[in-house]
Design a protein around this ligand. Sequence first.
Ligand code: AMP
Ligand code: MG
Length: 297
Amino acid sequence: MDTFCSIQAEAEEPSAAAAVEKAFLELKRIEALFSRYISDSQISKLNEKGADSPVKLNKEAFRLIAYALQISRMTNGAFDITVGAAVDCWRLSQNQDCLPSTNQLQELQTRIGFENLHLDYTQDSVFFAKPGMYIDLGALAKGYGLNRIITILKEEGIERALVNLGGNIYVLNMEPQIIAVRHPVFTDEAITTVKLMNTSISTSANYERCFTVEGRKFGHLINPLTGCPAESEILSVSIISSDAAFADALSTAVFISGYEKGRGLLDGLENAGGVIIYKGLQGKVEVYNNLKENFLK
Ligand code: AMP
Ligand code: MG
């Protein structure tokens, strides 16, 4: 998954070690299914043939894509797994230190759009309505992996654990644990803290995974409308939900949507809450927090 994973689990030995080992094996299984950089993964199979004819997937892969589509609709397309071609284009641009041309960007836009993803729910198959489309589960797979790790740990009888999968954190505990939210500018400092219990937190920010092309700095999240790295007055957004896949996807969506729309998305939700840190008037760093009292310090 091109990231790190740390699992701290508390139980009588040797069961904690065995549970953690099982959890890591599960992560490997998920990577083998969903990575588009593994040639026989479900996603590679789809990306290779999806524009020729519908590609039948296994149930788990089909369900995750269907879930991603649901989140795209809910977020008015801010979250969109069809950004694969744009991710590749900007990676190449970074490697060659050369910005894409206007023509390239126009062509790129025709290859993005969740409405071009046609799902057949009776066959578990997916078809790309436009040639040259690719899907990329980078903004969802870590959260999904985190959900699976927690399921395995619980099955193994673990009641207390702290899991961090590439910045997506899950607190498995019957007592609230304090988690710091990093300051997006002074990144060694905490800007606020949240208390979490049996839930996850996922952060999307512009202070990590940035790159530079022709002297200009870009973030790694793509605005699906333009095919370009998103510009947002949001500096970081952390979403809290017991469904880590949802938190992962939504943090990306709120970041892309910007403060006003992102806040609107957050406020309309029952099963999630969050903290948005953004540049307010005169560039002042502001914190918006819609978490219920008991999640706050
Ligand atoms: P995350 O680590 O959760 O911030 O996810 C970032 C990854 O998600 C990127 O590296 C891309 O692979 C992918 N991605 C970028 N922009 C979007 C978007 N608008 N919707 C869905 N996935 C995206
Ligand atoms: Mg995410």
